[in-house]
Write a protein that binds this ligand. Structure first.
Ligand SMILES: [Zn+2]
Length: 635
């Protein structure tokens, strides 16, 4: 079986190399597609080697950016992260990333001095050798060694004998397509699932939002999420906030649910068949209750808008079907929601952005509250998935004895380790060091090189997930600060003396957020809008009628329209009130780019708003002109 797996891997990797060599793509999905076909259990087999488990990130908007943010936090914490390439977010992309990791590991093991050293020094089965040679993170001791390292090393490993690599191999951070989440989680049980938003997107492909929300609800109820899987949910999205209550263990925010609601009836903590409530201490300390749900949201009333935009999606109560009321609207239908009819309302988030400062396309600063100052300071293995991140000073505000954080399902014996010293010098910078209303959590100020309120959500989501995975607040802050925008997300490219900004706009909410950011930019706005309707874009381009383009007219300098459906855009812009004399339509993208660049003054900025495949076309054109590199060269 092992030989069959190796052969399948070889064939799959060759297919990817061939794809790259022949210029047919980055080979980011094809090897996984081939391998999954040849060996249906490949995802589970390769993913089983991730000692820190897999984290899945899903949303309509923000998956790629949030995956980068979370990966950066984990890397800043010294963990080895395996991630899938942007856009390769189906099972094939996840498998391809795991395959690349496996082959890279094998190459390192089989060649070079390390391999020779290990072969010379150890004997027995290969997994034993690996286990002996690798440290907690599966790589040589990182420079971030803390005073807790010695303690960490001396602590029981708790490794599952059935999974010899569970102490090494790092952690997987995978952005996952909304529709692919349940099958992937079914194949490889996640350590954490981060769900951020559900907006209308590609109606022809997915059907209504409710379909996805229902699938995610089934996932939350299913055994695909183990008792130690953490659900990190956006409290501001009514379709997602309720998912936490669907988990088949003790209810988490039952007080928020009306008596008699179906969810409340299903949750019987006295049910002997119910699983034992399980709460990793890292969650307990940020105020989360069983069953392992961490909620995040935005709590700054200054960033709200008075009413729902045209593009708002989930505007009805998931419990009784009546319209929701909003005290605060942030992005699309997200905000502080409540149902006047049945009393269902936004649960209070554990981790929230209490102050949001937006500064153009490239910067935002958030004051995020609810973080645990003791995360990561007790010297436990946070990457191995078997950590017991305990509150050394016992100030969690609860007295649960169940203080284990084990994804391998073993019972922890290190749960009440009160003898661990807190290294005061490692305490994070905190604003006021104030405890929140729950008596737990501090605030930190996080600055990201990203713009817009939608990115404020991405950052808050990444911070919540990183905190739930035990990353110390100060490390989170450093990790976030180092992240650059993903390709096509306000990416900057220099072209013929102009700066081109690429702002992926693939659905009404995303486009509206980009436009909101553009309106804060100085001067006349030179625009290149590119609309395609290929499979990856969704075949139905009617979503552009839900985008609020109109505020741009007063600010627009030059406007160039392009893409497979450029005339649909022309119709939309004309109906929206932009004089046809003020925009140009070019069916050929290279010609459109030439025109848009020429219409932008030298030294000026050209803002491009492409759909997904239009972004790929545009980047291919820019790569051809030597202005940028292929996106798969990004980490
Ligand atoms: Zn209701």
């Amino acid at each position: 079986m092992r030989c069959v797996g190796r052969l399948a891997e070889l064939i799959a990797a060759s297919a990817g190399a061939l794809s790259r060599a022949t210029g047919r793509g980055g080979g980011t999905s094809l090897p996984g597609m081939v391998l999954n076909r040849l060996e249906p259990g490949a995802l589970a087999r390769l993913g089983g080697g991730l000692g820190g488990g897999a984290v899945y990130i899903s949303a309509t908007n923000g998956k790629t950016t949030t995956a980068r943010l979370l990966s950066a936090c984990l890397r800043a914490d010294g963990r080895v992260v395996t991630a899938n390439a942007a856009g390769a977010n189906l099972a094939s992309g996840v498998t391809a990333a795991l395959l690349a990791r496996e082959r890279s590991k094998r190459t390192q093991r089989d060649s070079g001095w390390t391999g020779r050293w290990r072969r010379g020094r150890t004997s027995g089965p290969s997994w034993l050798r690996r286990r002996g040679a690798a440290n907690d993170h599966g790589h040589p001791e990182s420079p971030r060694t803390t005073s807790g390292r010695a303690h960490r090393a001396s602590r029981g490993t708790g490794a599952d004998p059935g999974r010899p690599e569970s102490r090494c191999g790092g952690i997987g951070v995978f952005e996952v397509d909304e529709a692919a989440l349940a099958p992937i989680a079914g194949a490889l049980q996640p350590r954490a699932v981060l769900l951020m938003n559900l907006f209308r997107d590609q109606l022809d492909r997915y059907g209504e939002l409710e379909t996805i929300a229902e699938r995610w609800g089934e996932l939350a109820r299913s055994r695909s999420l183990g008792p130690a899987t953490t659900l990190v949910l956006n409290a501001d999205d009514p379709a997602l906030a309720r998912l936490g209550s669907l988990r088949n263990t003790e209810p988490m925010f039952q007080p928020y649910w009306p008596k008699g609601a179906p969810e409340a009836a299903e949750m019987d903590p006295l049910d002997p068949t119910a699983r034992r409530p399980f709460l990793p201490p890292a969650l307990e300390r940020i105020g989360a209750n069983p069953p392992n749900v961490v909620l995040f949201g935005i709590d700054d009333p200054a960033v709200g808008r008075p009413d729902l935009p045209h593009a708002a999606d989930t505007v009805r109560c998931g419990n009784c079907g009546n319209p929701l009321s909003h005290d605060l609207v942030t992005v699309g239908h997200l905000g502080h929601w409540r149902c006047e009819s049945c009393g269902l309302q936004r649960p209070r988030p554990h981790i929230s952005a209490r102050r949001v400062q937006l500064d153009g396309l490239d910067r935002l600063t958030l004051t995020i509250g609810g973080l645990d100052p003791t995360n990561g300071t007790d010297g436990t293995d946070r990457a191995g998935g078997t950590s017991g991140i305990d509150r050394p000073d016992g100030t969690s505000g609860t007295d649960r004895a169940d203080r284990t954080d084990r994804t391998d399902g073993t019972d922890g014996t290190d749960g009440t380790d009160g003898a661990v010293e807190v290294d005061e010098s490692a305490r994070p910078h905190a604003i006021g060091e104030a405890l929140d209303a729950n008596g737990a959590g501090i605030e930190i100020e996080v600055t990201a090189a990203l713009g817009g309120l939608h990115n404020a959500y991405n950052v808050t989501a990444a911070v919540a997930a990183a905190a739930a995975l035990g990353v110390p607040p100060e490390t989170i802050r450093a990790g976030i600060a180092g992240v650059q925008a993903a390709f096509g997300r306000a990416e900057q490219v220099s072209l013929e003396g102009r700066t081109l900004r690429l702002l992926l706009a693939k659905n009404p909410t995303g486009a509206n957020e980009n436009i909101r950011c553009l309106l804060d930019e100085p001067g006349p706005l030179n625009l290149l809008v590119v609309l395609n309707d290929r499979t990856a874009d969704g075949r139905d381009p009617s979503w552009i009628w839900d985008v609020d383009y109109e505020p741009l007219w007063d600010r627009a300098g030059s406007v160039t329209l392009a893409g497979d459906r450029c005339w649909e855009l022309a119709l939309r812009f004309s109906y929206g009130g932009l004089d046809p004399a003020r925009f140009e339509v070019r069916e050929s993208l290279p010609e459109a780019l030439d025109h848009a660049v020429a219409a932008t003054p030298t030294g000026g900025v050209l803002y491009a708003l492409p759909t997904y495949t239009a972004l790929l076309d545009l980047r291919a054109e820019l790569v051809g002109r030597g202005a940028t590199h292929d996106f798969w060269h990004e980490s």
